[in-house]
Design a protein around this ligand. Structure first.
Ligand code: BGC
Length: 938
């Protein structure tokens, strides 16, 4: 039954990942053809900056082992045109981060079309791809001429939030229209009564003193001949509302809107309309709208048809001009926040009292959408919680103590007796349970829904596992990401925090980049980091940094400025994020280097801070003491990553110098902290996990001793984890790197406290912030910091994709991959892993049956893979109809060593078969032998 469910899920996934169907066309002479085209990692983006346009594409092939030998790009303002740029035929197999030459200047507010063709390895050209497009936004101050910042005549934190409107006259047929908008606050626009766009909480969070994002909307279809109305609602958002630990009015006191409508008529002429003194305003129905506290909605304050052209706004007050801002206005570069799913409530729970509680079945981020009957004067109240009390007198009631000061309550006051559908607009909550009160009767379960909100990144990765607990763990990790990627990567979506903690995303970025295409989203957040980089190069622990209310930095947190771009580049092979940030990253790295080498010993001791050490670990050691080791480990890792990134950017000399430096730091670490018997000073799980996983202890003899001590340490801890935020990502990789996949699996499969499995056994549907979020007796962990949706411990997903799914990266973007899943562990009989990389779909799907092992593999065009299968000798491994896999087309090389067949394959789809697994080895050792290589090359 389970297998069947898994299969159905995978058919669905296969459809999701399948390349779009194409109408029959004459066959290309070339073996390779171009499929999906992206600009700045997005498909046909509307509103991009003019200064950094970067193309990418994927390819398909008729044959195995296909790769291109050259490409050519053309760009123009009409499909098929090359008037803007016609590249030469460039002899290269590159297909990401292809840039327009710097001397080509793009116009703002213009649609460009582009195409690419490729030559196969035999020198045969493909046809030109189907055209893709991108449209530039408004970029310079000049582009915004005529548009003013405007605000409501009444506008204060204790007043209803303003509605604004204007009418305009169109006397000629319209060919196209674009609306460009941004706000100090958050906004929603309407044209002729229809909502503009499908985004939420625009313009998104940036440091508003420096940078404001502009959204570009295609409103052609919303306009009509004659009079047209534009309406806007403003609310506090991050600009004026509560952010972080109860900080208010961080960026300003007064809400403001700036927008420009550019109409292109059928005759080719254009006309601009913009926010100016002619607009009018009233205090609207959003009596309160706060990201953390929720929304108070009073429909009586919403004039009927207020945003339509026939409405008489004579009684409305003129808007008030707001002062200009020094902040730069930039087209939003990443995916907007959208409603990505609407989930029906699963059950109404029996609770005493006048309130009705509904279970959505999943901890999510978003808002309720309820259909409720009320009487005039009644106030519907919605409260939200991630958990219910599990015991004691309050059992079954909403547990909201962990939200601290976040009100997380929405209200709707009925103006008359009626049934309404209410969905708050200007607030998100983190919740699984919705409490409804203030009305006479409980809505049916079918009338209560949860609208999932989040930055709408493309889902690219999927991992399905036959072990139900592990499969649930992957789902929990994915939900943690969906909820906490909301304009910025946050720590938690529910309590009064919701901040861009750099350490959390630093450890989670590799996993995140397997599940979603993080290029645009995290590149935007790198812009946020650059905005707040300190003069000494250091990076704050939270970004954006709301005011200066909190001004810490820290090892493992600030280092996100290296680890995050590394993770994004590593997952995609796309160098754009490195180029854009390189100069600033160098300044940060210089800062790290100088604090470490102040006394010339390469040990990092100078960056201790409040966050130092392994946050929320269970060892009970002095974090500041542990700091020295962890900081030196990060110094080595930063240096290794900088070396690899320098090489990717073409600076081989610098890369080599940093590689050597990284080696010296590792040696210094060993000299300082490794004792003769292999013990690492302090002896915590984290220091061992880092020493081995990061390859700090590199000589094989040294590694053996340290590996033995690590295993001893785990045994003392009853083979249960004790790591915190920084150590957890290294725990299982370290065990794999010493040939102990068996122990890694043991830790992963534990389901008693503390473990990932324990959370799941306790009913978790997202990742918890702390291992003791709920204790074995059902009591909640420390209330002052206990979120049930924190993705840091989801960092284990990277190892799961790697060892269970079998997708291990050898070269950035999986240009070279190793497919070596752990197929013989009794707890897992089947796994399916797929990632839509910028090169195409890389997949490994395996099953263990009594008759033998089956492994089907997809390797994208222009990439290659090593496939490893346990087998008594090479001749026992089949591929498709080839009895001996090594003879199959696309298999470049085969060898057998130590019970494992190694096949080198080029692109294509392969179906391998091998004899049944050797028995799960004596002493619990894994067959095949460990094939994992740590991130660092020891
Ligand atoms: C946050 C974390 C963060 C930490 C700093 C907490 O309050 O929720 O996720 O990284 O503080 O150590």
């Amino acid at each position: 039954m389970r297998t069947r469910a898994l299969s159905l899920a995978f058919i669905a996934a296969a459809i999701l990942f399948a390349a779009p169907c194409r109408a029959a066309r004459p066959r290309d002479a070339s073996e390779v053809t171009v499929t999906e085209l992206t600009t700045n990692a997005r498909t046909n983006p509307l509103g991009v900056d003019t200064d950094d346009v970067s193309f990418g594409w994927t390819m398909r092939a008729r044959v195995r082992d296909a790769r291109p030998s050259a490409y050519q790009v053309r760009v123009g303002t009409a499909p098929g045109s090359a008037q803007t740029w016609a590249s030469a035929r460039i002899a290269s197999d590159r297909q990401t981060d292809i840039r327009l030459p710097p001397d080509i200047r793009l116009d703002p507010a213009t649609r460009y079309h582009w195409q690419v063709r490729v030559w196969d390895r035999h020198g045969r050209a493909s046809r030109w791809s189907r055209p893709a497009w991108f449209e530039t936004g408004l970029v310079s101050a000049d582009d915004w001429r005529g548009a003013e910042w405007i605000g409501g005549a009444v506008d204060a934190a204790d007043q209803p939030r303003p509605l604004l409107r204007d009418v305009l006259q169109l006397d000629k047929p319209v060919r196209q229209a674009r609306l460009y908008a941004t706000a100090r606050g958050v906004y929603q626009l309407w044209v002729n009564g229809k909502p503009v766009g499908d985004q939420y909480l625009a313009p998104g969070w940036t440091d508003y003193n420096q940078r404001l994002q502009v959204q570009t909307y295609d409103v052609t279809a919303l306009l009509r001949d004659g009079r047209n109305a534009i309406g806007a609602a403003l609310a506090d958002g991050w600009f004026r509302g509560k952010v972080g630990m109860g900080w208010r009015t961080v960026y300003g006191q007064q809400l403001a809107l700036k927008a420009k409508l550019r109409v292109t008529y059928a005759d080719g002429s254009t006309q601009d309309f913009a926010t100016d003194a002619r607009w009018r305003s009233i205090p609207g129905p959003y009596v309160q709208a706060d990201l953390q506290d929720g929304e108070r909605y009073d429909p009586a304050r919403l004039p009927k048809a207020w945003n339509e052209p026939g409405f008489d706004a004579a009684a409305w007050a003129p808007v008030v001009p707001r002062p200009d801002t020094a902040a730069k206005l930039v087209p939003q570069p990443d995916e907007p926040v959208r409603a990505t799913e609407v989930r029906a409530a699963r059950a109404r729970l029996p609770v005493p009292g006048d309130a009705f509680v509904y279970d959505v079945g999943q901890n999510i981020v978003g808002v309720a959408r309820v259909r409720v009957r009320g009487r005039a004067g009644q106030t519907l109240r919605l409260r939200y919680a991630e958990e219910l009390y599990r015991r004691g007198a309050r059992q079954g009631e909403l547990y909201t103590d962990n939200l601290r000061t976040a009100g997380a309550t929405d209200t709707y006051t009925f103006a008359r007796d009626e049934t309404v559908v209410y969905q708050p607009r200007f607030t998100p909550h983190g919740f699984r349970y919705i409490e409804i009160s203030g009305v006479d009767s409980a809505p049916d379960v079918g009338e209560v829904q949860a609208v999932v909100l989040g930055s709408d990144l493309p889902a690219i990765g999927d991992l399905r596992l036959s072990n139900p607990m592990l499969d649930q763990l992957v789902r929990n990790i994915r939900w943690g990401q969906r909820g906490n990627f909301l304009s910025i990567p946050t720590d938690t979506p529910a309590r009064d925090e919701r901040l861009g903690w750099t350490g959390d995303i630093s450890v989670f970025a590799p996993t995140a980049s397997r599940l979603q295409d993080t290029r645009a989203f995290l590149s935007k957040w790198m812009d946020d980091m650059r905005d707040v980089q300190r003069p000494d190069g250091n990076i704050p622990a939270i970004v954006p940094q709301p005011g200066k209310a909190f001004d810490e930095t820290g090892v493992g947190w600030s280092d996100a400025f290296v680890t995050v771009p590394y993770a994004v580049w590593h997952a995609s092979g796309d160098t754009r994020i490195l180029r854009r940030n390189w100069a600033a990253m160098l300044r940060f790295y210089d800062f790290v280097k100088t604090s470490a080498t102040a006394d010339g010993n390469l040990l990092e001791e100078g960056r201790a801070s409040f966050f130092s050490g392994d946050w929320l670990n269970l060892e009970g050691v002095d974090r500041l003491h542990e700091h020295r080791l962890i900081a030196t480990a990060y110094f080595a890792e930063d240096t290794r990553m900088m070396a690899e990134m320098a090489a990717a950017l073409g600076d081989a000399e610098q890369a080599q110098a940093w590689q050597m430096l990284a080696r010296r730091i590792r040696e210094a670490f060993v000299l300082a902290y490794r004792q003769a018997d292999g013990r690492i000073e302090l002896g915590t799980q984290t220091v061992y996990a880092m020493a081995l996983g990061m390859g700090l202890v590199s000589f094989p003899g040294d590694r053996d001793g340290t590996a033995a001590r690590f295993v001893d340490k785990l045994a003392v801890d009853n083979d249960h984890l004790k790591t915190g935020f920084l150590g957890t990502p290294w725990l299982l990789p370290a065990l794999s790197s010493i040939g102990r996949d068996d122990l890694a699996m043991k830790l992963l499969l534990n389901d008693d406290y503390p473990s990932w499995g324990f959370e799941i056994r306790m009913g978790a549907t997202t990742m918890w912030e702390r291992w003791d979020g709920i204790r074995p007796d059902g009591e909640f962990g420390p209330v002052e910091m206990n979120s049930f949706n924190h993705y840091a411990y989801g960092a284990v997903g990277d190892w799961m994709f790697d060892r269970l799914g079998g997708l291990h990266m050898l070269e950035a973007g999986y240009k070279r991959a190793r497919i070596a899943p752990l197929m013989c562990h009794p707890a897992l009989s089947e796994a399916r892993a797929r990632i839509r990389t910028p090169y195409g779909v890389l997949a490994s799907e395996w099953r263990r049956t009594p008759g033998g092992l089956r492994l089907s593999v997809d390797v994208p065009v222009n990439t290659e893979a090593e496939v490893l299968l346990p087998a008594p000798d090479a001749s026992t491994v089949r591929e498709g109809r080839w009895h001996v896999a090594s003879r199959a087309p696309g298999v470049r090389d085969a060898r057998w060593a130590g019970g494992v067949v190694h096949l080198q394959v080029g692109s294509g789809h392969y179906e391998f078969g091998a004899p049944p697994c050797p028995s799960w080895g004596a002493g619990g050792r894994v067959a095949p032998p460990a094939t994992y290589e740590s991130g660092a090359q020891p």
